[in-house]
Ligand binder design. Structure first.
Ligand code: PMT
Length: 219
């Protein structure tokens, strides 16, 4: 049976990739499909939460009962998150936010000329760290997409971004991480950790949210 452990709680999450424009017809992005974040949104509704899903461009239907806000870029995602973060009890950053954006987006389509070209990039704001730095912040959960030294990098992000919890996935393993229907998570929080073995993303979503619900009541 499904637990109602999130009943009465407001949960916001980000999902999918961001797109950083180069010119009106091109962009920089990544392989996130939104499946992990949308599974979390669906599971959170079933567990009784009031869910706001801030989604990058993906081709997934909105789970029933979810309030969805569509964005393209990291800066738009940050603005959408900040608009309503004050009301939230839980924030989960599942989006694969582009770390950099193009410094000067061309107003017209860039024409090819020389054999090589260079794009100057500037750092994007860190949405998760911005939320975690708020004075009255929600229970803040990050994801970490790693290809090696998963635990070291995940623990570093937990500490450096001042998170309550982080769910790490090894995206070098076939069938896990970006665009797959299955995943496995290694979850870390300041006083402990738990491995959630490979299964479909919806089952993992329920397991991660159950874990969050046990920590949030202890706060
Ligand atoms: O969408 P799917 O195809 O189902 O794939 C799921 C997933 C692999 C994208 C997901 O499980 C996942 O790992 N999401 C986080 C991807 C990521 O960008 O990880 P990161 O280690 O680069 O970032 C760490 C954390 O900081 C993440 O919570 C990220 O949302 C957040 N972040 C990063 C950069 C930035 N500018 N702002 C952020 O908020």
């Amino acid at each position: 049976q499904i637990s109602t452990a999130l009943h009465g709680l407001k949960l916001m999450l980000t999902a999918g990739p961001t797109r950083e424009a180069i010119d009106p017809v091109r962009y920089i992005s990544n392989h996130s499909s939104g499946k992990m974040g949308f599974a979390l949104a669906k599971a959170a509704v079933a567990m009784g939460a009031e869910v706001t899903l801030v989604s990058g461009p993906v081709s997934l239907p909105t789970p029933a009962g979810v309030r969805r806000i569509n964005v393209d870029s990291a800066e738009q995602m940050l603005a959408a998150v900040m608009q309503d973060i004050d009301r939230q009890d839980i924030f989960i950053g599942c989006a694969a936010v582009a770390d950099y954006r193009v410094a000067d987006v061309a107003a017209g389509k860039i024409k090819k000329s020389s054999e090589t070209m260079q794009l100057a990039l500037v750092r994007n704001p860190d949405i998760l760290a911005t939320v975690a730095a708020l004075e009255a912040r929600p229970f803040t959960v990050g994801f970490a997409a790693e290809t090696h030294d998963v635990e070291t990098y995940a623990r570093d992000k937990l500490k450096r971004k001042n998170l309550d919890m982080i769910a790490a996935n090894d995206v070098s393993v076939p069938g896990q991480g970006f665009n797959s229907d299955t995943n496995a998570l290694r979850v870390f929080w300041p006083q402990g950790n738990q491995d959630l073995p490979a299964t479909d993303k919806l089952s993992l979503a329920y397991q991660l949210l159950s874990l969050i619900s046990t920590k949030i009541t202890k706060k």
